[in-house]
Design a binder for this molecule. Structure first.
Ligand code: OSB
Ligand code: MG
Length: 361
């Protein structure tokens, strides 16, 4: 017997996070809990209140989990078996990933092994970069300076159409040598090549997702027309899209978010595909609470992940998180939890307090 519960939680963000598609002031997401065999497993669905990053949001994910995926999970299958049985549901990777990762936590806990060890060869740490939301140029430069002082290994600035040049130029002028990237969140079109070509002089590590969220072909074209390497985020929505991205030459780098591609099984597959094609790979973030963060940091510790990710410590996002053992960053690295599974100690009382609504699935 097992029971699955879903809590919709809302945590205020310490500072607003602006991207080319909108501004987030809170993290509003689904937390899953699976109890069975004396084990309590947890996961987080990376969907948010709006379908701006991808078509999924909390309502679609809740529907898919409650009405389609929940019953599969209750039989406690392995993550691989779950994906196999869930394949009749098309798309909805964030919903699938939430359940798939729940099962990773469950089975790691059953084996009494930390998740990062279950995932394969671990470096024992994640290299950490920061993702900075859009702000006034002067403030951006100041926040980059603060992040460097904290030890972050790579700085990523969000950009929007028409303001990309000023932001990147100002940051580069103050910090000529740092590993720097820019994330457009799909706000440009093929007709904007002239804008993106002007960024070539700033020696960016890569330009993240410049074109449409589902595109590969125009990215492949753009990649030949600018010298800055291309990193894909939104466009890599499955293992298949990762294979095709390298087949058509659309990417140099891939930002993996397990939530975007159906979970950790697919993430491990995409990591192998990217490295086999001589690409670089890192683990992104979706402003997760400590629960989602623990999965990202376990994955970012994988030996084949070669670039610093967007896995800041909890304190960047929240005054108080729903875990009692937040991650601590030291010299730009974070060590994954060592307890069984995700190793997060859930602050059940605070989780309840932050819950807007809950369901038994
Ligand atoms: O494009 O990587 C992105 C947050 C929400 C949606 C999309 C993205 C992001 C981030 C934040 O860049 C990364 C993080 O700190 O969690
Ligand atoms: Mg991105």
């Amino acid at each position: 017997m097992s029971t699955l519960t879903i809590n919709l939680v809302r945590l205020p963000l310490l500072s607003r996070f602006k991207t080319s598609f909108g501004t987030e002031t809170q993290r509003c997401g689904l937390i899953l809990r699976l109890r069975g065999d004396g084990i309590a497993a947890y996961s987080e669905c990376v969907a948010s209140s709006n379908p701006y990053y991808s078509y999924e949001d909390n309502d679609t994910a809740l529907h898919i989990i409650r009405d389609h995926l929940g019953k599969v999970a209750r039989g406690l299958p392995s993550p691989g078996e779950f994906l196999e049985r869930a394949s009749t549901v098309k798309g909805h990777n964030m919903a699938k990933a939430a359940v798939e990762m729940l099962l990773w936590d469950f089975h790691s806990k059953r084996k009494m092994k930390p998740l990062h060890r279950m995932l394969g060869e671990s470096k024992g740490h994640a290299d950490v970069g920061i993702s900075l939301g859009i702000d006034r140029t002067g403030l951006m430069v100041k926040r980059v300076g603060e992040a460097l002082k904290r030890g972050y290994k790579r700085i990523k600035v969000k950009i929007e159409k028409g303001k990309e040049y000023d932001i990147v130029r100002a940051v580069r002028a103050s910090f000529p040598e740092i590993p720097l990237s820019a994330d457009a969140n799909a706000c440009y079109s093929v007709r904007d090549v002239h804008l993106l070509r002007r960024l070539d002089r700033f020696n960016l590590l890569y330009l993240e997702q410049p074109l449409d969220h589902d595109d590969l072909i125009y990215h492949a074209r753009l990649r030949k027309e600018i010298s800055t390497p291309i990193c894909l985020d939104e466009s890599i929505s499955s293992v298949d899209k990762a294979l095709k991205a390298f087949e058509v030459g659309a990417a140099d780098v891939v930002n993996i978010k397990p939530g975007r591609i159906g979970g950790l099984t697919n993430s491990l597959e995409v990591i192998r595909i990217v490295r086999k094609n001589k690409g670089h790979v890192w683990i992104g973030g979706m402003l997760e609470t400590g629960i989602g963060r623990s999965f990202n940091i376990a994955l970012a510790s994988h030996r084949l992940v070669d670039y610093a990710g967007d896995t800041s410590p909890n304190e960047k996002y929240f005054e108080r998180d729903i875990v009692k053992n937040p991650f601590v960053m030291d010299s730009g690295i974070i060590r994954p939890n060592t307890g069984p599974g995700i190793g997060s100690e859930i602050d059940e009382r605070f989780l309840e307090k932050m819950t807007i609504r809950s369901w038994a699935a």
